[in-house]
Write a protein that binds this ligand. Structure first.
Ligand code: SF4
Ligand code: SF4
Ligand code: FES
Length: 212
């Protein structure tokens, strides 16, 4: 076991754990969207989980930084708040926000992050670029709205692990999106309807149709 201090609270966790899970398991909140527990490969793409470690020159992503003995972690320094806000505004800059009509309304991680950090979903600091991709409504059970996708990559990992591995990132930069092999509609993609992707999607991008 390792002992560390997170915002001066003594925390014990197993060696090899990352700061993110050590904190969350001890009721210390760090916003996160792309972290996958116990996965060796972390995207670290959402940029929301940055923390400072005393003695380090710059903040680090909590989801991919392992704990060490007597480490002192700070969750809410001005630099951490600045990186987190920039990451959040970037995500919201191409997010189609219409919570009242969204399948994840009231169980959405973006809403949770907003509630816990005070970062407003509606406070767009950056120019808004609408993602104009039609909803993939082809599957009998799964609803796939890419305009809500935060590119966390969790569906790809879940599909690789439990499904048929038909999801992946495509394109680059602002055009990056989740697609199926050859960009086929979900129903023609070889999807085996295991619903693993739906169960891990933190926002209203992938959902069960009966929840609509
Ligand atoms: S994904 Fe979340 S923040 Fe976006 S519209 Fe749906 S409920 Fe609102
Ligand atoms: S569809 Fe959902 S799980 Fe997949 S990358 Fe987008 S937000 Fe993440
Ligand atoms: S959870 Fe760490 S960068 Fe996304």
């Amino acid at each position: 076991m390792i002992t560390l201090f997170i915002d001066n609270k003594e925390v014990k966790t197993k060696a090899g754990n990352t700061i993110l899970w050590a904190a969350l398991d001890n009721n210390l909140y760090i916003p996160n969207l792309c972290a996958i527990r116990d996965s060796e490969k972390q995207n670290s793409s959402c940029r929301l989980c940055f923390v400072e470690i005393k003695g380090n020159s710059s903040p680090v992503p909590a989801c991919s930084t392992q704990v060490h003995q007597n480490m002192q972690v700070l969750l809410n320094t001005p630099e951490v708040a600045r990186i987190r806000a920039t990451g959040f505004h970037l995500i919201m800059s191409n997010h189609r926000l219409n919570c009242n009509n969204c399948i994840k309304n009231k169980s959405c991680e973006l809403q949770e992050i907003s509630k816990k950090t005070g970062l407003k979903l509606t406070n767009r600091k950056l120019h808004h670029i609408a993602i104009d991709i039609p909803v993939d409504d082809s599957h009998p059970n799964i609803y796939f709205d890419r305009s809500k996708c935060v590119l966390c990559g969790k569906c790809i990992a879940a599909c690789n692990q439990s499904g048929s591995g038909i999801l992946d990132f495509a394109y680059r930069g602002i055009k990056t999106m989740i697609t199926t092999f050859k960009s086929k509609p979900l129903v023609e993609s070889g999807c085996m309807s295991c619903m693993a992707c739906v169960s891990v999607c933190p926002v209203g991008a992938l959902g069960r149709k009966k929840h609509r």
